[in-house]
Design a protein around this ligand. Structure first.
Ligand code: 13P
Length: 247
């Protein structure tokens, strides 16, 4: 059976002192995890976390990658730069970037492409808003978002990680139920199967108020291969409990 992946998304949180405490706390509690573990940190701290994680069981992730290769794009960070700092994963298309930075499906798909071109695994986020769920459009929305990434990446789609993050569950304490999450994951899995013969090895993560209390149930679902964790990834004990639930 494939190992699950638990990835923390620190979002715009942390500082030099707090980061070190968090990483050292995780490493102390994580001797031989039975799953893959990553932390996706603010880009400014990638160098700091890279040196703290070197030779450990935790992989380093970024929260975004530029859709451009290199050049006059003030404020952007290229995939090649992330690679130099030991980055293994890059979140792309998080709903906060779609919402606050106007990222379209095409931009997100290009970012996934750019990550892959640099040997970085994109964690592609898809998910519906509350209004879309209530209008019965959940499947339509997540399929449209994933279709753009499949279209742009061809057979390389088997190299991505997909994270289903219902927008209404993010940071709200209101997780999707295991049944709701499993249903959407099965829809995404079917879409990936139609695109790739290797679809069964693509990791499908759930994100949205996953915590120490609900992780076990969510992670027991057949198409949930891990979690993308926000708030609970900032607390050593909670994150370790989620990792244990995935191991
Ligand atoms: P929360 O776990 O804080 O709901 O955040 C989820 C998320 O957005 C991870 O990318």
């Amino acid at each position: 059976m494939m190992k699950k992946l638990i990835a923390g998304n620190w979002k715009m949180n942390g500082n030099l002192v707090a980061n070190e405490l968090l990483i050292k706390g995780l490493l102390a509690g994580l001797l031989q995890p039975g799953c893959q573990v990553a932390v996706c940190v603010p880009s400014l701290y990638l160098a700091q976390i890279h040196s703290l994680l070197s030779g450990t069981a935790i992989d380093l992730g970024a929260q975004d990658v530029s859709q451009h290769e290199i050049g006059a794009y003030t404020g952007e960070i290229a995939g090649s730069m992330l690679k130099e700092l030991g980055v293994r994963y890059a979140i792309v298309g998080h709903s906060e970037r779609r919402q606050y930075h106007g990222e379209t499906d095409v931009v997100v798909a290009t970012k996934a492409q750019r990550a892959l071109a640099n040997g970085i695994t994109p964690i592609v986020c898809v998910g519906e808003s509350l209004a879309e769920r209530e209008a019965g459009k959940t499947e339509e929305v997540v399929k449209r978002q994933l279709a753009a990434v499949i279209h742009a990446n061809g057979h390389c789609i088997s190299e991505v990680v997909v994270a289903y993050e219902p927008v209404w569950a993010i940071g709200t304490g209101r997780s999707a139920t295991s049944e709701q999450a499993q249903h959407v994951h099965s829809v995404l899995r079917a879409q990936l199967r139609a695109a790739s013969e290797h679809a069964d090895r693509i990791k499908l993560l759930y994100g949205g108020s996953m915590n120490a209390a609900n992780a076990k149930d969510l992670l027991a679902q057949p198409d949930i291969d891990g979690g993308l964790i926000g708030g609970a990834a900032l607390k050593v004990q909670d994150f370790l409990t989620i990792i244990a639930a995935a191991s």
